[in-house]
Every structure is written in structure tokens, then in C-alpha cells.
Design a binder for this molecule. Structure first.
Ligand code: PMP
Length: 353
């Protein structure tokens, strides 16, 4: 068994891969591969509908929310969110690389204000949200910072609209949808394979006349066309649907939250106990999805990586911009993979500490 700690694209349940691979050869008993079917035919329309319903059901969203599966990655979401919501001025919380990229894209459209940032502290914590957000079109946050390993532990009810990039922790815990006007997330962590991006939009918060929008980037138009203005990414949507079914069959986001907490607690406990390792971020803001840490003794990196390799542990290297190590604990990662990693960390301390 390979223990896959990759940050994304990342682990999905084996059963999902098996079922997806069957559909590539032949979808149900149609004599056709899913990949050669019309996206307007009954089979794919059903898949899209089920995927959209599962998103709403799992997150407990009411009918004000519309679910879209677009393409372009969350990186296009940075721009789409601003295009559809930014009129005169918006607030952004800067918690690292992905927020900074969201800020850069939004600035192309109108002025934005960084209302809080943890940049001065090398993004080692989540700054608090200022109480005075008056006059802002919305506040943008990144719920989980995949590279630095920090995470908003909860979401505040704000007087202003709230937009959230939830790419790396969506479906990892329950959320209160009523706090958000827009949630967007690249699929390739907890939802499915790379190639589609989830947009959850409160349709009552959209202003259709905000500006003359290019069709593909126009959320109102995409809602009107039921997420099929053009040919949608059929295969990533199908695999996402299978994975969301798996999540539902395994107790939904409530059960996922418990499993994720157990995995994260086990790994953080070892980081704090083991004299060779140090966690990168402030305890209160630690991410349950991406655990970042370093070796406190120089020269042991390659030994640790070799031991990981021997134990079939992959994807453990930190992001190239920050170095160190990162263990991503997405929904499909079993507890035994974390146990295997902890064993290696303990062994390293016993043999080299
Ligand atoms: N936001 C976050 C929080 C991410 O982790 C990532 C990718 N890892 C992105 C945005 C960018 O996503 P994409 O590659 O789908 O554009």
C-alpha cells in the first residue's frame, strides 16, 4: 500500500477510481464510454444533476445556492469572483500565496484593501478579521492555506458579503453556507480530479448588471445554463460525483470532520513530542488538511525522505516555495497512513536523535 500525502492532485478512494475506470470503458450498459457521450444526453445530465444535489445535500445548502462545475481551476476563480462581485472596493485577508494571487487578480478590476495579513509573520498564523468592514463589496478569505498549513478554525457571520476560496478544505467539515455569497474550490483535493472548479453561489447576492461580463466568466449566465453553457468537463464532474457519493455513504462531512481531526491530532502530537521535528505554524491556527513541519537537526532531510520512501510514503516534501515537509490529510487518506508516517518519525528519533 502506498501512503499518499500529496497536496493536490491528491488521494481519492480506490473504489472511486475503479468505478470511474469502468465508465471510461463502458458507461452502465450503454455500449458507450462516458467519454464519447453527449454532455446534453440523458446520462450526463443525470450525472450533473446528482453532483449538484450532492454538493447541496452534503453542505446543507438551501435553494438560494446554485452549484456550478466550471473549468480554469481556482486560479480562474480569483478573477471570476472579483468580476462578479467587485464594484468599487473589496477587502481581502492575506494569509499566503493563494490569497496573494487572489488579491493580484482582483486588483485588475477595482481597488482592493488588504484588511488583515500575516505576511510579517511569514504567514504562520491567521490574522483576526477587523470589525469595521463598512463600505466593502465583500470580504475575501482563503479558508485553508495549503502551502503554509494554517486554517480558519471557524467562520464569522459578517455584515458584508463573504467570498471564500475553499480549495483545500471543502467537504472536510460542516460549514454554515448562509455566511457566504460565493465559495469556490478547485476539485483536486477533497472533491475529485483536477479539471473542474466548484462554484457555490448565493444567487440572491449576484448583481446581473454589474458589468458586461464575458459569457464564460458570468456566474449568472452559467447558473441560467445549469453549468452547461459550453461543454463541461464531463469526466472530472463524473469522478467528483462518485467521490461525493462515497462521502455521503461514509457519514458525510460530519463524519469526515471527526476522521480528519483524529488524523491531524495524531500527527501534531508526534511533531510536538518528537525532539527532531518542529511544527511551522501557531498551534491555534493549525490546519487539519495540510500539516507543515521541519526537521530541527540539520542534515537529516535525506535520511527522513529515504525512510519515507522505503515505507511507501509519498508526497511529503514541502511546497517548493517554503521547503520542509508537508503531510496532506485529505478525506480519503486513511488513519493507517498517518500511523505509518508517525512510526517513521519515531524511528528517526530513536536512530538519529
Ligand atoms: N487556492 C488554494 C487554497 C489552493 O491550494 C490552490 C492550489 N493548490 C489554488 C487556489 C489554485 O488552484 P488551481 O491550481 O486549481 O488553479
Amino acid at each position: 500500500m502506498v501512503h499518499n500525502f500529496s497536496a493536490g492532485p491528491s488521494i481519492l478512494p480506490k473504489g472511486v477510481f475503479l468505478e470511474a475506470s469502468k465508465a471510461v470503458v463502458e458507461y452502465k450498459d450503454t455500449g458507450l464510454s462516458l467519454l464519447e457521450m453527449s454532455h446534453r444526453g440523458e446520462h450526463f445530465v443525470e450525472i450533473m444533476q446528482e453532483a449538484q444535489n450532492l454538493v447541496k445535500e452534503l453542505l446543507g445548502l438551501n435553494d438560494d445556492f446554485k452549484v456550478l462545475f466550471l473549468s480554469g481551476g481556482a486560479s480562474t476563480g480569483f478573477y471570476i469572483s472579483a468580476l462578479n462581485f467587485l464594484k468599487t472596493r473589496a477587502g481581502y485577508i492575506d494569509t499566503g500565496t493563494w490569497s496573494s494571487k487572489a488579491i493580484k487578480e482582483a486588483k485588475r478590476i477595482a481597488p482592493i484593501e488588504v484588511v488583515a495579513s500575516s505576511k510579517d509573520n511569514q504567514y504562520k498564523h491567521i490574522p483576526s478579521i477587523p470589525s469595521d468592514l463598512e463600505g466593502l463589496d465583500y470580504l475575501h478569505i482563503t479558508s485553508n492555506n495549503t502551502i503554509y498549513g494554517t486554517q480558519f478554525q471557524d467562520f464569522q457571520a459578517l455584515k458584508t458579503k463573504q467570498i471564500c476560496d475553499m480549495s483545500s478544505d471543502i467537504f472536510s467539515r460542516p460549514i454554515d453556507g448562509s455566511k457566504f455569497s460565493l465559495i469556490y474550490a478547485g476539485a483536486q483535493k477533497n472533491m475529485g480530479p483536477a479539471g473542474t472548479t466548484l462554484y457555490i453561489v448565493n444567487q440572491n447576492h449576484l448583481d446581473k448588471d454589474i458589468r458586461d461580463l464575458p459569457s464564460m466568466l458570468d456566474l449568472s449566465l452559467q447558473i441560467e445554463k445549469k453549468s452547461a453553457f459550453n461543454t463541461p468537463p464531463v469526466f472530472p464532474i463524473y469522478v467528483s460525483m462518485l467521490n461525493l457519493r462515497w462521502l455521503k455513504d461514509n457519514g458525510g462531512v460530519e463524519a469526515a470532520e471527526k476522521r480528519n481531526a483524529e488524523k491531524a491530532d495524531l500527527l501534531y502530537a508526534e511533531i510536538d513530542r518528537n525532539s527532531l521535528f518542529t511544527g511551522n505554524v501557531e498551534h491555534k491556527d493549525r490546519s487539519k488538511m495540510n500539516v507543515t513541519f521541519t526537521l530541527s537537526q540539520e542534515g537529516l532531510e535525506n535520511t527522513f525522505l529515504d525512510l519515507c520512501k522505503q515505507a511507501n510514503i509519498v508526497g511529503i516534501k514541502g511546497h517548493r516555495s517554503v521547503g520542509g515537509f508537508r503531510a496532506s490529510l485529505y478525506n480519503a487518506l486513511p488513519l493507517k497512513s498517518v500511523q505509518a508516517l508517525v512510526e517513521i518519525m519515531t524511528f528517526l528519533e530513536q536512530s538519529h536523535g
